[in-house]
Design a protein around this ligand. Structure first.
Ligand code: PLP
Length: 370
């Protein structure tokens, strides 16, 4: 008899599919790594800010010791920036870590977690990893249907994940709608508001979720240094919530979950307003370029407020993989999203102008040939 290890709910998990690394595509398609364009993981195309590179180089001499487990300086910098006490902040090894810790901290096996169809894959993974029950609420216009999410809450619901903007669809929920939603969520249900892409929002769409954290003891706002701040490889994210919630997160997080280099780089990136501004401007320009190209090609896309766009590349369920393969052969890596139930679509990260051009040219060729 074959032994089957672990709980059945862990065996049922389909592992996270990450963007293909450049080196793998180079090997697989016999391409020169230098010519490959990777627009697959919603990273900042500018790379790491120089300020953060310098801070990291300085911190490198301290690596014989453990990191500051409480990340005093980084929390002080975040506390100053967001106007909350340091004990309202919990750091994560990327915000992915925060999402996982939150699920473990607030939900027991067999209780339920609510999230939207087509929302970030980690919500499903975190739910399944606990043996909790997922209540997946059908999307409307590829975005969250907050009314239906409220209605889906049951007696055993302990957590709701809301991504704003959402990945992989890029959809955005206005602040006023979110606030009305938060008002109605029962106070024993924690809302994790995942704002991984919030720094890309244009001024007129911004809202003050930190003010809501002061008002709603069941709200946890999750942010990351991986996107607009340009530190994806270092793995730093953070949660802002009232101490009743952060106290529980702190009990579960690994003591040294954010390393010394990441802490130093994050402080520098947080204070580098010019880099953040440049990233947002570049992203807005790239968005216009890509969506113009999609319009010209007659391709449907979902209007996005993130640093990526979801585009429909065909009307049959093999279209996403087919066009993806044709792009890979030309050295362009994007993200097929069949695992999200969107097999006709591809998600493309907005790149540098020349990367966007390379993608558009490769897409035109791919559509003409497949
Ligand atoms: C909506 C959303 N939340 C969270 C994350 C996690 O990012 P990280 O763990 O790098 O902070 C991502 C990454 O793609 C995301 O798209």
């Amino acid at each position: 008899m074959t032994a089957s290890f672990g709980p059945s709910y862990v065996r049922a998990i389909a592992p996270y599919v990450a963007g293909k690394p450049i080196s793998e595509v180079a090997r697989e398609f016999d391409l020169d790594e230098k010519t490959i364009v990777k627009l697959a993981s919603n990273e900042n195309p500018l790379g790491m800010p120089e300020s953060a590179q310098r801070a990291m180089a300085q911190a490198a001499s301290e690596l014989g010791r453990y990191p500051d487990a409480n990340a005093f300086e980084l929390k002080a910098a975040l506390s100053k920036r967001y106007g909350v006490p340091a004990d309202w902040i919990t750091l994560g090894n990327g915000s992915n870590d925060i999402l996982e810790i939150a699920a473990h901290a607030f939900v027991e096996k067999d209780q339920s977690i609510v999230y939207a169809q087509y929302s970030f894959a980690v919500y499903a993974l975190a739910t399944q990893g606990l043996g909790a029950r997922a209540i997946v609420v059908p999307a409307v216009g590829y975005g969250h249907d907050l009314g239906a999410m409220l209605a889906a809450i049951t007696d055993d619901t302990r957590l709701i994940f809301v991504a704003n903007p959402n990945n992989p669809t890029g959809t955005f929920i206005e602040g006023a709608k979110l606030e009305a939603f938060l008002d109605k969520v029962p106070r024993n249900v924690v809302v994790v508001l995942d704002e991984a892409y919030t720094e890309y929002l244009p001024q007129e769409k911004r809202y003050d979720s930190i003010a809501w954290v002061r008002r709603y003891p069941n709200l946890l706002v999750s942010r990351t240094f991986s996107k607009a701040f340009g530190l994806a490889g270092l793995r730093v994210g953070f949660a802002i919530a009232q101490p009743e919630l952060t106290d529980l997160l702190n009990r579960l997080r690994q003591p040294f979950n954010v390393n010394t280099l990441a802490q130093a780089a994050a402080i520098a990136a947080l204070n580098d307003r010019a880099f953040l501004e440049k990233s947002a401007v570049l992203n807005a320009q790239g968005y216009r370029r890509l969506t113009e190209a999609f319009d010209k090609l007659g391709l449907e896309y979902v209007p996005s407020d993130g640093n990526f766009v979801l585009v429909r590349v065909g009307n049959d369920d093999a279209a996403g993989n087919r066009v993806n393969l044709a792009l890979l052969k030309q050295g362009v890596i994007v993200r097929p999203v069949g695992n999200y139930g969107l097999p006709q679509w591809l998600r493309v990260t907005i790149g540098l102008p020349e990367e966007n051009e390379a993608f558009v040219a490769a897409l035109e060729k791919a559509l003409a040939t497949v």
